[in-house]
Design a protein around this ligand. Structure first.
Ligand code: PEP
Ligand code: MG
Length: 323
């Protein structure tokens, strides 16, 4: 079985009726790149950058971040790298000022909210990303967007940093990299049609989307049994988001844990999603599943799931006997 999976490495993830699906990797550390390449990932769909800020007393400066990001972009040898800007707060790292014990960190000054409150920190990271983008295809991804206003503010900052780097004759790509957003807050999913006018791409984060939709703390073991990304409410938000992205003709991927479960591949493909990002270790099994699946079959499966309202029936349809 393992040998069969490793033989898949150089084969495309394509359905039996010819739909090409891009399988990308999620990483948290540059040391994961060897595993990413060994798994045959077509790129990095989510590069979490919190490690740059962890276990230290001062903020990392632009040059330091640039050196690390450039190294990752170069090692990916022309494959796309989606770099997510700092997602501090909540279940991520505890940075002073990003939510204390008296507040709810999951709902506090985190991610893009923190970046907009600290333009110096945000601009240093954007500058480092822009410089790394001179070495290969980079996409910039902003976490925890909840309104159109936030993406326009980040874009304004990005354009300002880009102009400054060019003026100072620092090497940057000829064009601004695509600027995309995580859809991981229910309000963002419900505003996906408006957000699609401002964002260059969507990445659906099913971990947080589930947490916020069902009000289940993703780190709390006492409610872990209730954490259900296949809940009909979450699925409706994914459905609405993909529909909005397709109408606006922008790419949409799924990069939460759900994307790495081969039992859910048919459902996601049936929504029209053709980019999935997951831990490198999950890629072979998801690829195997996709290569045995027809897009038409996936679409009717998704229609059937979406016509159900009972979470138990939905689980039966998706997981069948394997549950
Ligand atoms: C998510 O929320 O689904 C996601 C992919 O991001 P993270 O797990 O880093 O919050
Ligand atoms: Mg998230």
């Amino acid at each position: 079985q393992r040998r069969a999976l490793s033989r898949l490495k150089d084969l495309p993830a394509v359905t039996t009726d010819g739909l090409r699906v891009a399988l990308m990797a999620n990483i948290e550390l540059p040391s994961e790149i060897d595993a990413v390449l060994a798994a045959g990932a077509e790129g990095i769909g989510l590069f979490r950058t919190e490690f740059l800020y962890m276990n230290r007393h001062e903020w990392p400066n632009e040059d330091e971040q640039y050196a690390i990001l450039r190294d990752v972009v170069c090692r990916m040898q022309g494959r796309p790298v989606t770099i997510r800007t700092l997602d501090a707060g909540g279940d991520k790292l505890d940075i002073p000022g990003t939510g204390g014990p008296a507040t709810n960190p999951a709902l506090g000054l985190r991610a893009v909210r923190f970046q907009l409150a600290r333009p110096d920190v945000m601009e240093a990271q954007l500058a480092a990303i822009l410089r790394a983008a001179a070495h290969g295809p980079v996409r910039i991804l902003v976490p925890m967007i909840s309104s159109v206003d936030e993406i326009t503010q980040v874009r304004t900052a990005l354009e300002k940093v880009y102009r400054r780097l060019k003026r100072n004759k620092v090497e940057v790509p000829a064009k601004l990299p695509p600027l995309g957003i995580m859809i991981e807050i229910p309000g963002a999913a419900l505003s996906a049609d408006a957000l699609a006018c401002e964002a260059d791409f969507f990445a659906i984060g099913t971990n947080d989307l589930t947490q916020y939709t069902l009000a289940i703390d993703r780190g709390d073991e006492a409610v872990a049994h209730l954490f259900n990304p296949q809940h009909p409410a979450v699925l409706r938000l994914i459905h609405f988001t993909t529909g909005a992205a397709m109408r606006a003709r922008i790419p949409v991927s799924v990069c939460g844990e759900m994307a790495g479960d081969p039992r859910v591949s048919a459902l996601l493909i049936g929504f029209g999603i053709d980019q999935l990002s997951m831990s490198a270790a999950s890629i072979p099994r998801v690829k195997q599943r996709i290569r045995r699946l027809a897009q038409s079959e996936a679409q009717s499966h998704t229609r059937q799931v979406m016509s159900e309202h009972d979470p138990h029936q939905i689980e039966k349809l998706i997981f069948g006997q394997s549950l």
